[in-house]
Write a protein that binds this ligand. Sequence first.
Ligand code: FE2
Ligand code: FE2
Length: 243
Amino acid sequence: MKMTSIYEGSYQWVMFGRDENKVEKVIDTNQYMVRTSDRCLLIDPGGVELFAPMLAAVLHYAPVDQITDLFASHQDPDIISSLGLWDQALPNAKLHASELWEGFIRHFGCETIEYVPIKDNGCIIDLQDVQLQIIPAHYMHSSANFNVYDPQAKILMSGDIGAALEAAGAPLFVDDFDEHIEKMRFFHQRWMPSNQAKRIWIDRVRELDIDILAPQHGRMFKGGDVNRFLDWFEALQVGIATQ
Ligand SMILES: [Fe+2]
Ligand SMILES: [Fe+2]
């Protein structure tokens, strides 16, 4: 599992991904961690097959009793099907996820971990060193769906928005936006169901100061590529299936 620090201040953001031992037929995912002085938040910790490499990677940064918070942007298996294994490993952790998905996400196993339901208008996750804004991104693509915004690090973790399917070992950041477009087009047209929801999300996100847009698949967008992505996505018609 590749571990890359993407923000260093009084706390740290780390991206985990490009796992060289990934099973061929599962989708490659990016996991993120916010590490403060005595806590860790894992953002979209991943599928059940990723639990062992993720735990080993996170333990490079924090002891197990300081992995205190998990966040799931939505209910998909590539996001949070590892929950039942984290549940056995973490003695004192909370899972922050939509209240709408609670009855479904609990199917992955959630006995020790405390489920903290997020209402549709979002919330703040207070890690003491930083207050993270949980921003609504409903129907993007899941019906109850959230992004994580850090106003200090200027990072927006956008879940499946901005996702691209990449070859193994691809670079972490977009380096040629025009070339990157074709890796995103089908995914966004087919998986994002609503042009209206897209419009609401774009208007909301344009208000934010973003240095890094960090999706759950593919490459991150930095600097001018953040706006290039928003402009491209704004013009794209979504909710399209061919049959
Ligand atoms: Fe998803
Ligand atoms: Fe995903």
